[in-house]
Design a protein around this ligand. Structure first.
Ligand SMILES: [Zn+2]
Length: 324
């Protein structure tokens, strides 16, 4: 008898919790919708190549300066470059700056130029884009590259989690290569890297410079991807992307299988023969302690979408961003 009473109590409490969560979520969505209606010009279109409905919201203060066709063009150019198609509607919101995007998406505050959330939402921070010297189109293409690959990843878990945690050199490399905008030219990068070491982390199949500097990381991803395209051809890199889409968390092994060499060896060659640096100084596979630290940083980084957007070093180091 008592256990029946206990059970009904638990059910009651769970129902209250679930209903409260639903009410909070609905209020949040209504809040977002109201904001969009009040301050944002809304355009709908269907992209001809893939027949994907596109909803674009642009801050009224900048809507006249933005040529909406760059978004359609970006989508079509991305499909041609990646040789895959969008298969879900996309919402793209161009905010004036990060203060605005914070108001709309308090949970996704970012100081970056843009980020791709889930597989159907892209937020652009217009002023950051120009402040950082990018064109609006290059950032849109970058974020929509992430969206395109995510929409094609078979596993929902991999799309939501593995994509942001694993093989960043690949997801950012291909987006930057496609974006065709490099933060540092190769010679600049070579010069700047003098004071940095580079560490590779097999668990996440990724590498980054030490001390931390996202801008250099991104430039490295771009030039490394460029190096691989030169070495193997673009089609082979697209083959690798196709394999990743099927099994994203397994990038490291997929690479070895397809290219008959480890990604770490590949990076090593790039650093030694292209950047002309001594192996010991320029590439270390991280120790256990460093790996634990990296995992911790990655967890925060996942929420830190400076990826792709590029920020001045100072701002990046002070980064308060989350999500990407
Ligand atoms: Zn990115």
């Amino acid at each position: 008898m008592e256990s029946i009473v206990e059970k009904s109590k638990i059910i009651k409490i769970s129902s209250i919790v679930i209903i409260t969560i639903i009410i909070i979520l609905l209020s949040y969505l209504i809040f977002v919708a109201l904001r969009l209606n009040v301050k944002y010009s809304h355009f709908n279109s269907t992209i001809s190549s893939s027949s994907i409905p596109l909803s674009v919201f642009i801050d009224d203060r900048i809507s006249e300066t933005i040529n909406i066709s760059i978004i359609n063009d970006s989508i079509q150019e991305n499909e041609i470059f990646h040789q895959i198609y969008y298969n879900k509607p996309i919402t793209l919101i161009i905010c004036l700056n990060d203060n605005e995007s914070e108001i709309i998406f308090p949970l996704f505050k970012t100081v970056a130029s843009g980020f791709a959330f889930s597989d159907n939402l892209v937020i652009i921070n217009y002023q950051n884009t120009s402040n950082l010297g990018y064109t609006l189109k290059s950032i849109i293409k970058h974020e929509l590259s992430h969206t395109l690959i995510k929409q094609n990843i078979k596993s929902f878990k991999s799309m939501m989690l593995d994509f942001s945690k694993k093989s960043l050199w690949f997801s950012e490399g291909i987006a930057l290569y496609n974006q065709d905008h490099v933060i540092y030219q190769f010679d600049e990068l070579k010069e700047l890297l003098q004071d940095y070491s580079i560490e590779y982390y097999p668990e996440s199949d990724n590498f980054h410079v030490k001390p931390q500097n996202y801008r250099l990381d991104y430039s490295l991803y771009y030039h490394f991807f460029y190096y691989l395209v030169e070495k193997y051809g673009k089609d082979k890199m697209i083959n690798y992307m196709e394999l990743m889409i099927l099994d994203y968390k397994n990038g490291l092994n997929l690479y070895s299988d397809l290219f008959n060499t480890k990604i770490e060896a590949e990076l090593n060659s790039f650093l030694i023969y292209r950047l002309g640096k001594n192996k010991q100084k320029w590439l270390t596979t991280a120790s256990t302690g460093q790996r634990l630290l990296s995992r911790f940083l990655l967890r925060n980084n996942r929420a830190n979408p400076l990826r792709g957007a590029g920020l001045p070093v100072k701002q990046m180091l002070d980064g308060r961003a989350i999500a990407r």
